[in-house]
Design a protein around this ligand. Sequence first.
Ligand code: PMP
Length: 361
Amino acid sequence: MKRVYNFSAGPSMMPEPVLKRAAAEMLDYQGSGQSVMEMSHRSKIFEGIISSAESLLREVMNIPDNYKVLFLQGGASSQFAMVPLNLMTKNKKADFVLTGQWATKAYKEAARYGTANVVASSKDKTFSYIPDLDPQTFSKYADYFHICLNNTIYGTKFHTLPETGDVPLVADVSSCILSEPIDVSKFGLLYAGAQKNMAPAGLTVVIIREDLIGHAMEVTPTMFNYQTHADNNSMFNTPPCYSIYMCMLVLDWLKNTIGGLEEMKKINEKKAGILYNFLDNSKLFKGTVVPKDRSLMNIPFVTGSEELDAKFVKEAEEHGFVNIKGHRSVGGMRASIYNAMPVEGVEKLVDFMAAFEKKNG
Ligand code: PMP
């Protein structure tokens, strides 16, 4: 067996010990004589899994008691609609910072339900930076203020949060959740598709301050109302059982093997540092993001020649560095180095890049 270094933006690598444990428990989960895939979501044993996933998430992320954790489906993309349906209901307006495709999708979807105001955008430079925010441009009495905390496609991240006062800050954290500590109390709502740092695809996690639940628009479909899921401990209907189980294993690994999010952050900073340092000193490869806004998780770079980019992607793949091609909308390369990417994977990639530069520079 030869496992590759997978730099995919998501779904992405899972920690190897987690995969091994899942494999060992596949046919007979803890003496139940069945796989987690096969068991009723109403069984005692699955109740144990979902409640341990929730309590581990609360512990690892230090989630305050006045927040609900919801295990949903539909991807982060469903949250683009679910957030306005539930929150854009008092003054029917919300503010948006456009820092990439996902942030723009959230904005466009919200505009179907109320007044969506763009407070800033970095589209002028292909979203390669996080725009400065001027509170003068913020709406008065917005129902919420939306950001995409880490922009997967462009490799930018908010290093400081907007000061929104009483307006709840809502963040898409799909590509940075669990990568470092985050002060949940600064947010009204956080949402994430799980397929990068949490679990296989199929699970969407929402962390919502309790007072924001229960104000959905009349037309909101039952399944799109946070109240439905909060009232039923995410068991209104069949939840994505296996992804929730895998999420529990990932959280257990984060807590007990890594030692929590402070430790995870150190490892992620080390990995990103290795690659950024190489890019900053390379004569061939260049990072595409303004240094102060760089992401810890997604690192886009180019050679400046489309031909060389394609050659690099092809040769990288042949050497076991897969899915390193940039997003189809921006080209070039992108290394997504989520929690499960080992330091060694980044070191080997950089060695490979140096050798490529020698031959082609
Ligand atoms: N937001 C961000 C930041 C993402 O990276 C992605 C997916 N890559 C999405 C939203 C869309 O997520 P999903 O496919 O779960 O709907």
